[in-house]
Design a protein around this ligand. Structure first.
Ligand SMILES: Cc1cc2nc3c(=O)[nH]c(=O)nc-3n(C[C@H](O)[C@H](O)[C@H](O)COP(=O)(O)O)c2cc1C
Length: 368
């Protein structure tokens, strides 16, 4: 029998010290099922359903401190209880032979007083509130601009979260530097109106993110650190007048750390070209400039994923919504099988099963 030639997405890739057997990555997906910010046993089922030998999973955004939250029932990793709750989830993923990175997160001003300790104002780079129509139906509270002397404390929260992630057994961390959350609030000029050394020039605006990166690299080693960036995305009123320069500057900072594991970038919003929704593919300069593994995300399917891997545009491709709805996505790609449709209504609901662990596998079961 002649062996079937593997599609590009299902070829191996060496990511730093890690040997991946394929390139289909689970994108970080907030699922709002970690009651009281503590990861739950049902997450072990959910993640291990999506784990494959030599595959890479990125855990949902996980708060670094009590001020980091802005959504209901999202997990944290700043208390020992949370660390202990992550352990069996990480073990379940490892038993399947997959790698597991924890996305560590601070929402900054994408929050309300109700999510904050003592109902205080959310913290940010700025006092500027997100305009109420930035996300339909949501009004975020007016934030409080962090004082310069408070910034090292937040950097230290990220350090501790990274250390805790390693204690919980994760293979590494992904710093959430995307989508309008705290790191981006500093980085992008629409949301940074500071006059201290953390505002103004590109270098100053990136200083906080760079301090977080450098501190975490020092704490757990560059070979366990990745980052997610979205220079072209404009979620939550966060946009930059020169996203290319911003992305390039950040890649240069990552390259200063020998062995920094990966740079994960999100494509700009889908563009409509000739009446069809298309991925704009604007990330190539960053892929070319970055020394480590490059992950692309945003709107990919099997065909587009194969193409960007074959073209050398990305080393790995992260899949969000279709991996959420297809726990056996790599297998479906292998057989070019039809996909389950995702149900938006249950993306962020709290049920431990519905819309979470009940998406069927190819054989019709929803076995682990
Ligand atoms: C339900 C849901 C939750 C998400 N949560 C996160 C998150 O926690 N962290 C993050 O960086 N991106 C998050 N995203 C963005 C995804 O990681 C991904 O970039 C996005 O869905 C686009 O990829 P896709 O077209 O493959 O779905 C989320 C997206 C969805 C649909």
């Amino acid at each position: 029998m002649v062996a079937k030639e593997a599609i590009p997405l299902l070829t191996p890739h060496k990511m730093g010290q890690f040997e991946l057997s394929h390139r289909v990555v689970l994108a970080p997906l907030t699922r709002c099922r970690s009651y009281a910010n503590v990861p739950q046993p049902h997450a072990a089922v959910y993640y291990s359903q999506r784990a494959t030998k030599g595959g890479l999973l990125i855990a949902e955004a996980t708060g670094v401190s009590a001020t980091a939250q802005g959504y209901p029932e999202t997990p944290g990793i700043w208390t020992q209880q949370q660390v202990d709750a992550w352990k069996p989830i990480v073990d379940a993923v490892h038993r399947k032979g997959a790698l597991f990175f924890c996305q560590i997160w601070h929402v900054g001003r994408v929050s309300t007083n109700d999510f904050q300790p003592d109902k205080q104002a959310p913290i940010s780079s700025t006092d500027k509130q997100i305009t109420p129509d930035a996300e339909p139906g949501m009004v975020y509270s007016k934030p409080r601009q962090l004082r310069t002397d408070e910034i090292p404390l937040i950097v230290d929260d990220f350090r501790r979260a990274a250390r805790n992630a390693i204690e919980a057994g994760f293979d590494g961390v992904e710093i959430h530097g995307a989508h309008g959350y705290l790191l981006e609030q500093f980085m992008k000029d629409s949301s940074n109106d500071r006059t201290d050394e953390y505002g103004g020039s590109l270098e100053n605006r990136c200083r906080f993110a760079v301090e977080v990166i450098d501190t975490i690299v020092n704490e757990i080693g560059a070979d366990r650190v990745g980052i997610r960036l979205s220079p072209f995305v404009d979620y939550m009123d966060c946009f930059d007048s020169n996203p290319h320069a911003l992305g390039m500057y950040m890649v240069q900072q990552l390259n200063k750390h020998q062995g920094f594991v990966y740079c994960h970038m999100v494509e700009p919003r889908m563009a409509i070209v000739d009446g069809r929704r298309q991925i704009p593919h604007r990330l190539l300069p960053f892929k070319k400039a970055f020394n480590g593994t490059f992950i692309a995300a945003g709107g990919y399917d099997r065909k587009e994923g194969n193409k960007v891997v074959a073209d050398g545009y990305a080393d790995l491709v992260a899949y969000g919504r279709i991996f959420l709805a297809n726990p056996d996505l790599p297998k479906r790609f292998e057989f070019d099988a039809p996909l389950n449709k995702y149900d938006r209504n249950t993306f962020y609901t709290q049920d431990p099963i519905i819309g979470y662990t009940d998406y069927p596998f190819l054989d019709g079961s929803n076995a682990e």
